[in-house]
Design a protein around this ligand. Sequence first.
Ligand code: ZN
Ligand code: ZN
Length: 440
Amino acid sequence: MAGAVVEGGRRRRADAGGAAGAGRRPDEQPHRRGTPLMRALECTPTLPGYALARLVGGARGGPFTMLRLAHRPPPELPGEGWVRLRPRLAGICGSDLAALHGHASPYLGALASSPFVPGHEVVADVSEGGGRWSAGARVVVEPLLHCGVRGVVPPCPRCAAGEPQGCESVAGDGLAAGLQSGYCAATGGGWSGEMVAHHSQLHEVPAALDDRDAVMVEPLACALHAVLRNPPAHDDRVLVVGAGTLGLLVVAALRHAARPRRVIAVAKHDGQRRLAARLGADLVCAPAEMLRTVRFETRARLVEGRAVEPFLLGGADLTFECSGTPAGLQGAIGCTRAGGTVVMVGMPGRATIDLAHAWHRELSVRGAYGYGIEAGGGLAVEPPRRTFAIALEAAQALRPGRLVDEPLPLDDYHRALARASSAGSRGLVKVAFAPGEDGG
Ligand SMILES: [Zn+2]
Ligand SMILES: [Zn+2]
């Protein structure tokens, strides 16, 4: 999972003396004499580390063999227009846990550079200004490392089309490889005392939002992006599979932005079912009840064959798969009607899934990754707006900080990661670090 090599190198950074400058490999740590060290949770993926993490990591925590609490120099400013940040809170995302447990797809490993400091859900103070930002501002980080952030000129075709989440420069043009801050050796991440970000990645946090609300803006933007890009019709029955942070926020986003006829939420744990109902689901059920519930609600026909999991003919018009698990995706395509849409919101990986359902029903199965600029579509965002701007506004109505557990210091990372790994069964949703706090 070392920094990816980009063939051809057709695009260069505008200020070539800047990021990861000439002669330095993107994964090398710069050292500045006399720079005070910072504390950071640093991840160094190795093949034996992956094997061990998969073996002993388990689903419920245990040793995270590729992560350590390091005392290291803060990342250097990669160039003009970059700022230094001191994270106030940094969330633990399911994708972080998948990477640390060795369960994430190798595809993502090829689009990261190491060692990296995780943490892409970040509310921070600007400690050294740049661009239009001065020290002291309280900001959230929009972590995508697209052409605009990387200084790649001209931008790639996807960035030029206003779709930065599909940026083609993420394998290492202009800046070390990384889809997002938190998976890039050059930027650092939120699980540390200090990180750097491009001025265009920052959004000021309105005073009405506390730090816990603010740390949820990134996952809320993911949920809003998924819903705004796949808007339900008013008459639609919408199924949401999985009720971790993303699933719950998709339920909230559906109620906030779309208002379909029915929202059915599938949640493993009692606490998640209560929260899903409170956030606007009309019906909630356990995974074992999903088929029966959707069948009843949509008057679908149940089919039980030999050597196949029972499935429906008929079902939901639109399904958001938010668990990122093979079982979740299999259930989602088995409960969606012919001609319907299944949106993969949770991060999937390698999986064995029977796609005959999707083929026969002419389902649209599509991904929803990150955020960017929302425009048009059934919900007509007019004029086009950044998803983060919409999320910051929605957060003031939804107050998602109520889903955040008491933040923990970096020193307590074993406890924090164990909590996050079994959040649902513990009645928790979002676990976050408070990097400025000393564990003593
Ligand atoms: Zn995430
Ligand atoms: Zn791009």
